[in-house]
Design a protein around this ligand. Structure first.
Ligand SMILES: *Cc1c(COP(=O)(O)O)cnc(C)c1O
Length: 467
């Protein structure tokens, strides 16, 4: 399998290189040259398979000859063996129509573990074949940082430098990062906000001397292998609910459009997905884009669902590319327009293509709280605020054919956001046993001023050059 850039002027890469790369050199994102497809019989044959076996079948076509089937199975077994639940991503029924797909049973309590646990192992495996040392640099508002650190701690030939805004992530989120004491993990608290941290990371990647010298790599959802790993649970859940003989709809709490794009990939591969509901909070650029063709950046308003407080959704570029007949020239042009004007309009073709599978909903704080209470009172399920945005959007999907189940992706464990859960339901969720001693563990991190010089000097002193 080969991977091409959405903007058409970066070299095509194989799976191994695309896994280790971040953004394409032309500023685009990598996608498979063509979507692999699974036949109805192959999908039917997934009935009753374990999560790991489902993963092997869904992932194999993307990996091509970079890994043989046994090697892939061994990596998936190791990655998903770290999940607390035997089903890895269990389905929970709420009522006759609504289900939750619990994606938060990994080590850091958010769905990002599903992709990053596998990505950490892929990094280690592919780096062992090369003379390269990799330096992962990222900025986090919480969940990505902890999941990436857990996945990469102690792995050979890779260092991770994670920037978070000092004092602006929750105590649980900070401690999940800063109590990992492996020598290749470097936590930096920036005296600034998330946007400043993010801007510094972008500047480091854009500096060819610096990024070349240390072989910088990214672990945010622009990384193709992350999205690939997320395609698996759409198959796993749908097959359990009767696919391929019965179509299934999904409601997805969305920020960077990574998770829901994985659902689109599943549909492209042949899974009968009746609908993908893109659920946003009041930071609603994606809802405006999908309902009115208006992809224009607003200002971020902080909410109780910080992982969705986003006004530019990187992965949306992958969808726009696919929906416009994969015309990289046109896409590069409209992305340049977006970078200048902070706004573009979707073409008629893009809008029609999107409406064939996507709908969207904007959910405010009141409706989010109502969904949390509904899940608690009617179904006995305590859910986190992000999952509640998804559930509120699912409840509005009235025009779906009768008998189509709607699966809401539950993206974080409620104990990760105890204050918001307590406000809505009156109950304070406890940390699960595997992280119960989080507040007794030793922390280690460095506070730095929000200047590029301070951060690059810190990294240059500690990172290992490419090799
Ligand atoms: C990252 C995250 C999201 C958003 O996922 P995207 O792939 O960025 O759309 C939603 N909920 C939680 C809890 C997250 O951590």
């Amino acid at each position: 399998m080969r991977y091409i850039s959405t903007r058409g002027s970066a070299p095509a890469l194989d799976f191994e290189s695309v896994t280790l790369a971040g953004l394409a050199t032309d500023g685009g994102l990598y996608v498979p040259e063509k979507w692999p497809s699974l036949s109805q019989d192959e999908i039917a044959g997934m009935a009753g398979l374990s999560y790991v076996e489902t993963a092997v079948r869904v992932i194999a076509p993307f990996v091509g000859d970079a890994l043989d089937e046994d090697a892939l199975r061994a990596l998936c077994t190791q990655a998903y063996g770290r999940f607390e639940h035997d089903a890895v991503t269990p389905l929970v029924q709420l009522d006759h129509r609504h289900w939750l797909l619990e994606l938060f049973h990994g080590p850091t309590l958010a769905f990002k573990d599903v992709a990053l646990q596998l990505l950490g192992l892929l990094f280690e495996r592919f780096l062992s074949n090369r003379d390269t040392h990799l330096t992962v640099v990222g900025a986090t508002s919480g969940d990505t940082g902890s999941a990436a650190i857990d996945a990469l701690a102690g792995r050979a030939k890779v260092d991770i430098f994670m920037l978070h805004p000092d004092g602006r992530v929750s105590d649980v989120q900070r401690r999940q990062m800063t109590t990992v004491l492996a020598p290749n993990v470097h936590n930096i608290a920036i005296q600034g906000d998330f946007d400043q941290a993010q801007a510094m990371v972008k500047a480091m990647f854009a500096d060819p001397d610096f990024s070349g010298r240390f072989a910088l790599s990214a672990v945010n959802s622009i990384n193709w292998a992350r999205l690939m790993a997320q395609v698996v649970y759409y198959f796993y859940a749908a097959v359990r609910l009767g696919a391929p003989h019965r179509p299934v709809a999904f409601s997805v709490p969305t920020g960077n459009f990574g998770d829901v794009f994985a659902g689109y990939v599943a549909a492209k591969m042949g899974l009968p997905v009746a609908r993908l509901i893109v659920a946003t909070n009041i930071n609603d650029i994606l809802h405006r884009a999908l309902s009115a063709g208006d992809y224009s950046q607003g200002t971020v308003v902080p909410t109780a669902t910080p992982s969705m407080d986003i006004q530019v959704s990187s992965n949306f570029e992958r969808l726009l590319f696919d929906l416009n007949g994969r015309d990289a020239f046109q896409l590069a042009e409209s992305m340049r327009e977006f970078e200048t004007n902070r706004a573009i309009s979707l073409t008629t073709r893009q809008r029609e293509g999107a409406s064939a599978i996507f709908t969207s909903a904007r959910v405010d704080g009141d409706d989010m709280q109502m969904a949390m209470r509904w899940a608690c009172e009617r179904a006995g399920q305590v859910i986190d605020p992000h999952s509640a945005i998804g559930l509120a959007a699912a409840a509005r999907a009235e025009d779906l054919a009768a008998g189509v189940p709607i699966v809401t992706l539950a993206t974080a464990h409620p104990a990760k956001f105890p204050d918001a859960v307590e406000r809505a339901t009156g109950a304070r969720p406890a940390l699960p046993p595997r992280v119960a001693n989080l507040f007794e563990r030793e922390e280690r991190y460095t506070v730095l001023p929000a200047t590029l010089d301070a951060v690059t000097a810190y990294i240059a002193e500690r990172a290992t050059p490419r090799g």
